[in-house]
Ligand binder design. Structure first.
Ligand code: SF4
Length: 809
């Protein structure tokens, strides 16, 4: 088929679902640059399919991209890639719009206006890179390597490993991951010693309880869990029970057998109420608890002090009637769910990302972990929860300058609670810079990250950005943060880059996908990996050989060479099921049938990835890396750090627990705002965390379920709407002492009373014409609070008022 412009746009339109943008008054779809259509006009119309890994979020699904005469025109899931087995979520369909986007950055920019004013001029790569290298050389020459800070997004790809290595060799402890989805692993660290998300195998579970977890929508690797969920439902003919407990009816809740509405801040009490019933009725895994856990029974420390165990503490404090009063969930429901879990093992409780988004989020996650320990899920016998493979980061050799820099306190260290394990706090980062708390940050790299949009305290962060003398952004688009940068370096989109994506969140087997360019670069861009290679070389001396190669392709190849040499696993050639699984299992998961690495590499590019169904890391019951070598109901790691604080310090942080309670999972009522309604903020599987709000197709899909597009809505139940005199589609103002936003009312069954839920991701101010001014950013309603142990922002701790707008009244 010969393709001209009209045909191409038609193909492209088909690829993205044929959706027009007429509802917004914006043009139907954006133009594909003329130079890119040249091939199509003269070419023979050859169709090819290329495998790659999706980059629209970090779930790591495999994709197949259809190209016509070399230009990508269609996206679908790779049927042989085990993470998604051919499925994709709606966001993947926006991939081509990222590639062809008219607002992409096409060459390096230097700021000429005042910071934040959005005035830049194009400059050469040479100018930008020379300036960056000379600033970095100066920091090292003056023995201040810690004054470089790097904030990246939450990607699990090779570029983050490269940056980590660079930061380490340079000598800065200030290398941070920040996004709405980061910092969720603190409770796991405190109770198991493993500072990572757990991998979860739901395939064997008889009961699956999700607690604020949207595993089919936005948490972990949602396409994988959606596929698992459907096949479990089908194969068990409905015998496996799915229960969702949450403050908002998300995709997972909609698919569950039972949805239990609950106020967000009380989920920890609910989980501990289930623990009460399990303990009381002896439905726990006694063998695991006896051999592999610490702190369940009464115990004595080395000074002879007797500590009340988790068991007695739960039996005294979390009986169902009391938990029912806290949570408003009937005690009969608590007893019913606990018995279901306890009598139908293996059964599992999965806590969602949003559980961590309160001032006591770590304690809530600890309560969910405790529940899983009682159910025996950390044992080999059940095998539902795995520890991911050990950290791949292989620290490079460092010189004396770097050693000193790495020993410095992190710039985000909280002055009152300098815990050495705490996660990154964007709030402390900004406030410490503004108050000159530790030392100045003289250079900041922002890698594919937009922390101003995702921070509660935007003002503090923009003030800090103005204070930092040299800010460099590595990104494909302008955004709310990089308008403060001195230089913006344009980077490849994921369809143009080499990368390796492994350890997708929550996936219970080892795997690695190859991301290969499906098209030559459209513009004068570079990849992040390549840029850090160039910068390292420019620094000279020992940095010249920091990476074996500057070529991202060679770096990716090298990683796969290690996999090839291990002789383990197999390229994902066939649909991952029955016979194929049995075949590789019968060979001990070792395939070794490739003639050479070149043969392995060729097949890899063709099929997209490699996997090893055997999980490496959890081979025996002693994999816990805690001080006791066991699962800790009572966290000794937490005791080591938080035990140093006095009550006054803790109260400053809204933590009122005293004595042993401080180191045990527990429920604490959180500080109320002046509003009368609890505010729940939720993500949606279309624009994820707002980083995809500049993609027109995804804006068009945003709100599809409730038929309210490109805008913000507020969900509430009928009782709440009646109480406030509101009807469906009313325009309302949601306000708190910190700000106000507009939204449209959507009445949703099953929301908890006196709770309103608003999607995050809209309300951009500097993210291009498809994002700016559409909808509202509800984070402006929140007080700047966070969990002191994880650093995670308290996005779910807001209280608001609601009223009709003047037009609506
Ligand atoms: S879940 Fe993430 S990685 Fe998977 S298809 Fe959707 S956007 Fe892509």
């Amino acid at each position: 088929m010969r393709i001209d412009r009209r045909n191409f746009l038609r193909l492209f339109g088909t690829a993205v679902g044929g959706i027009t943008l007429a509802s917004t008054g914006l043009s139907q779809t954006f133009e594909v640059p003329e130079k890119l259509l040249k091939n199509l006009k003269t070419g023979p119309g050859i169709v090819t399919w290329k495998s790659t890994i999706c980059g629209m979020c970090n779930a790591g699904c495999g994709l197949k991209i259809k190209t016509v005469d070399g230009l990508p025109v269609y996206v679908k899931g790779n049927p042989t890639y085990p993470v998604n087995s051919g499925g994709v979520c709606p966001a993947a369909h926006g991939a081509l719009e990222v590639l062809y986007h008219p607002e992409r950055l096409t060459q390096p920019l230097r700021r000429i206006g005042i910071a934040g004013e959005n005035k830049f001029i194009p400059v050469s790569w040479e100018e930008a890179l020379n300036e960056i290298i000379s600033r970095l050389k100066k920091l090292r020459a003056e023995d201040n390597p810690e004054r470089l800070a790097i904030i990246t997004n939450n990607d699990n790809d090779i570029s983050n490993l490269v940056i980590n290595k660079f930061a380490y060799a340079f000598g800065t402890p200030n290398y941070f991951n920040f996004s709405y989805n980061s910092n969720n692993t603190q409770a796991n660290y405190l109770q198991t010693g493993v500072n990572s998300e757990f991998d979860i195998d739901i395939s064997k579970a008889q009961v699956i309880l999700t607690l604020e977890a949207d595993i089919l929508g936005t948490d972990l690797s949602p396409v994988y869990f959606t596929k698992q969920f459907s096949s479990i439902k089908e194969e068990s003919e409905g015998r496996v029970r799915f229960i969702h407990v949450g403050s908002h009816l998300n995709l997972t809740g909609m698919s569950a057998n039972q949805f239990v509405p609950i106020k967000h801040e009380t989920v920890s009490a609910f989980a501990l109420g289930l623990a009460f019933v399990l303990i009381k009725e002896d439905l726990i895994d006694n063998e695991f608890i006896k051999k592999y856990s610490f702190g369940f029974e009464k115990w004595q420390d080395k000074n002879g002090k007797v500590h009340e165990g988790f068991k007695d503490y739960i039996l005294k404090n979390y009986y169902p009637e009391k938990v029912s009063k806290i949570t408003s969930v009937p005690s009969s429901t608590i007893i019913y769910i606990a018995r279901l879990l306890g009598n139908n093992k293996p059964s599992i409780a999965i806590g969602g990302n949003s559980l961590g988004e309160s001032t006591h989020g770590v304690y809530t996650h600890m309560a969910v972990n405790a529940l899983n320990a009682l159910l025996g899920n950390f044992s080999l016998k059940n095998g539902l929860i795995h520890f991911p493979n050990p950290e791949k980061f292989d620290p490079p050799k460092v010189d004396e300058k770097a050693k000193k820099g790495l020993e410095r306190m992190r710039v985000d260290s909280n002055v009152d609670t300098p815990f050495n394990f705490s996660g990154f706090s964007i709030s402390d980062f900004a406030n410490n810079i503004n108050r000159n708390t530790h030392y100045p940050i003289e250079a900041l790299f922002l890698v594919k990250s937009n922390p101003v949009f995702q921070s509660i305290n935007k003002r503090a962060l923009t003030d800090a950005l103005k204070k930092i003398p040299f800010v460099v952004s590595f990104d494909s688009f302008l955004n709310e943060t990089n308008v403060f940068a001195d230089y913006i370096l344009p980077i490849d989109t994921f369809l143009e880059e080499w990368n390796i994506i492994s350890e997708s969140p929550g996936i219970p087997f080892t795997h690695a996908g190859v991301r290969q360019p499906v098209v030559d670069r459209f513009h004068d861009t570079k990849s992040v990996t390549e840029l850090f290679g160039i910068i390292s070389k420019g620094l000279g001396n020992k940095f010249s050989n920091l990476f074996d190669s500057n070529s991202p392709k060679e770096i990716v190849q090298e990683e796969f060479r290690k996999i090839y040499s291990s002789g383990k696993g197999a390229i994902t050639r066939e649909k991952v099921s029955g016979q194929w699984l049995n075949f590789i299992k019968s060979r001990g998961w070792h395939i070794g049938r490739y003639e050479s690495f070149d043969d392995f590499w060729k097949q890899l590019l063709n099929y997209g990835g490699w996997w090893n169904p055997e999980h490496n890391s959890f081979k025996n019951n002693s994999s816990f890396r805690t001080p006791t070598g066991k699962f800790e109901f009572y966290s000794r790691l937490l005791e080591e750090e938080a035990g140093k604080l006095n009550d006054k310090n803790l109260e400053k942080l809204n933590i009122y627990a005293k004595g042993d309670l401080l180191f045990l999972p527990h429920f604490e009522s959180q500080e109320d705002g002046t509003g009368s309604l609890q505010l729940v903020l939720f993500r949606n599987n279309v624009n994820k965390d707002g980083s995809l709000s500049n993609i027109p197709l995804l804006q068009e899909l945003f709100g599809l379920g409730i038929k309210h597009y490109w805008d913000t809505w507020v969900e509430m139940n009928k009782i709440t709407s009646l109480k406030y005199g509101l009807n469906e589609n009313d325009d309302v103002i949601i306000s708190s002492e910190y700000g106000s936003i507009k939204a449209k009312v959507k009445i949703i069954r099953s929301m908890p009373d006196n709770t309103v839920a608003v999607p995050i991701g809209q309300g951009h101010t500097n993210f291009g014409k498809y994002a700016n001014g559409f909808g509202a950013d509800p984070t402006i309603l929140l007080k700047d609070r966070f969990d002191i142990f994880s650093g995670k922002q308290a996005l779910q701790s807001g209280y608001v008022n609601i009223s009709k707008t003047e037009q609506g009244a």
